[in-house]
Design a protein around this ligand. Structure first.
Ligand code: SF4
Length: 412
């Protein structure tokens, strides 16, 4: 059967879709992830914002355009949150979060309702790394209950994957994969027997000789032992995506984030003490309910002080069922204006960070136009001219000057 798997949302979704693809291929199906004609479409949905949920539903119609008679199965956060809205679009299977990993076995199922979220880590499938880098999921769910976020309700409480299973998956990666990215909903909360153990996983993976990169982290992970440990590893990539969300303490409180801006700043200082050229990036939400001009100014000032390498900026979007959904929303124009202000700051910060870097080791991913393109260990996107094919190689480069959203580089 020709099966098209479409993914919306985060790296965890991407990892889980890769696992679905891999398992369907093992069952002998022809599986692909670009939108084209298929007998069956599987849509892995996202509910992080109402816009993401809307796009997830719109994907059904986009798929049906290619084959109106095809069957459609949906899984993931948006279908867990609002199964009825997907059923109304005439899909044949609503898998939610719990049944996502079993979707390959459910191809013939007529199920129409998502199952409850599991309490333990479901270790039923692994993804096949198909590119230069492999995403490995080590954790699911979250206990933090930030006041704006639906994820703990949709994905359930935090649960960690066994370390043996993680190492097994990583050990089976082909030699052509040079980088492992650890993903999860909240990898900071990774535990073994109830004890925080993220460092242990990184240390074990480091021994495999492939680069190891982390996805999003909470500032609470950055104690001295953790950072010193990382600085002694051979293959760890100094790229820390620390979720800030706001630089204003009063907004952080309303968001139910459990740190102050001063604690966040200390975490950044600690990282820079051991990794002076670390790329420290972050997420910021603008226009959180009640965010005053003064609070927004605090966020701006904090971002300037910390000098992030880059920002992911989101406009607050109300999610029914969260604590923040009961707070008074700001006008869309205010959110848009604040988004634009931070977006300008982002460009400047990005430029400044690139200019601080003179050299890097780039894992080349692909050719884009006239350049080979890849990322340094500290996540600078590099554009390299070369007459020989550099795809999937790690090359030393001199960083010449900012270019597009990265830097123009020369092989040394
Ligand atoms: S840490 Fe907060 S924002 Fe992130 S998944 Fe958990 S509740 Fe949501």
């Amino acid at each position: 059967m020709d099966i098209c798997v479409m993914t919306l949302g985060c790296k965890v979704n991407k990892y889980e879709s890769d696992a679905i693809v891999y398992n369907l291929k093992l069952s002998g199906h022809n599986v692909f992830d670009t939108l084209s004609k298929a007998d069956l479409y599987i849509i892995n949905t996202c509910a992080v914002t109402s816009e993401a949920e809307k796009k997830s539903r719109q994907m059904i119609a986009r798929c049906k355009k290619f084959n109106p008679n095809a069957r459609v199965m949906v899984c993931g956060c948006a279908s867990q949150h609002n199964p009825q809205s997907f059923k109304e679009k005439g899909v044949q299977f609503v898998g939610g979060v719990a049944k996502k990993m079993k979707i390959a076995n459910n191809i013939l199922s007529k199920a129409k309702k998502p199952a409850p979220v599991p309490l333990r880590y479901e270790d039923t499938m692994i993804a096949q790394a198909s590119r230069t880098r492999a995403y490995i999921k080590i954790q699911d769910g979250c206990n933090n209950f930030c006041s704006y976020c639906l994820i703990p309700y949709l994905r359930g409480r935090s649960r960690s994957r066994g370390i043996v299973s993680i190492i097994n998956e990583a050990s089976q990666l082909p030699e052509s994969i040079h980088e492992i990215v650890l993903t999860g909903i909240n990898v900071t909360d990774y535990k073994i027997d109830g004890v925080p153990s993220l460092y242990k996983v990184i240390e074990e993976l480091d021994k495999l000789g492939k680069r190891v990169r982390l996805s999003s982290l909470e500032e609470s992970i950055t104690n001295e032992d953790f950072v010193v440990g990382l600085s002694q590893l051979q293959n760890f990539c100094p790229h820390f995506h620390l979720s800030l969300q706001s630089g204003s303490d009063s907004v952080l409180k309303r968001m139910n984030r459990h740190y102050t801006s001063a604690e966040f700043e200390s975490a950044v200082k600690l990282i820079r003490k051991y990794f002076p050229l670390a790329s420290i990036t972050t997420d910021v939400i603008v226009g959180f309910p009640g965010e005053t001009d003064a609070e927004f100014e605090e966020t701006k000032a904090f971002i300037e002080k910390v000098e992030f390498a880059s920002l992911h900026i989101f406009q607050y979007s109300k999610r029914e069922g969260t604590v923040a959904s009961c707070m008074k929303d700001l006008a869309p124009e205010v959110k848009q204006k604040r988004f634009e202000v931070l977006n300008e700051m982002k460009k400047e910060l990005n430029l400044k960070f690139i200019q601080k870097n003179k050299h890097g080791k780039v894992l080349v991913e692909e050719k884009q136009g006239e350049f080979y393109v890849g990322y340094t260990e500290n996540y600078i996107k590099c554009y390299i001219s070369s007459k020989v094919d550099l795809t999937n190689q790690i090359v030393d480069v001199k960083i010449k000057k900012p270019y597009m959203e990265g830097a123009l580089c020369k092989i040394v």
